[in-house]
Design a protein around this ligand. Structure first.
Ligand SMILES: [Zn+2]
Length: 78
């Protein structure tokens, strides 16, 4: 689950929130209650997310061999 960094333009408070990608973005500052709260896109966040996806993709392709690699010579793979 990616960590998003949020910052409030009104009071300047900065927090990290662990959110699912499907979760709606926060808009209300937990400190001052204004609606100037928004995501800060950091380079570190992008890097973390990118490597996570890469590892996931790699595991998926390795754990489920494609048809034709020798495992479906019996014809049960169609
Ligand atoms: Zn605030």
């Amino acid at each position: 689950m990616p960590i998003y960094e949020y910052r409030c333009d009104t009071c300047g408070v900065q927090n990290e929130h662990l959110q699912k990608m499907s979760d709606a973005a926060l808009t209300v500052c937990p400190s001052c209650g204004s609606q100037s709260y928004g995501k800060v896109l950091t380079a570190a966040g992008f890097q973390l997310k990118g490597s996570g996806w890469y590892v996931t993709d790699f595991k998926n392709s390795g754990g489920a061999p494609a048809c034709g690699s020798g495992g479906c010579g019996s014809g049960g793979c169609a």
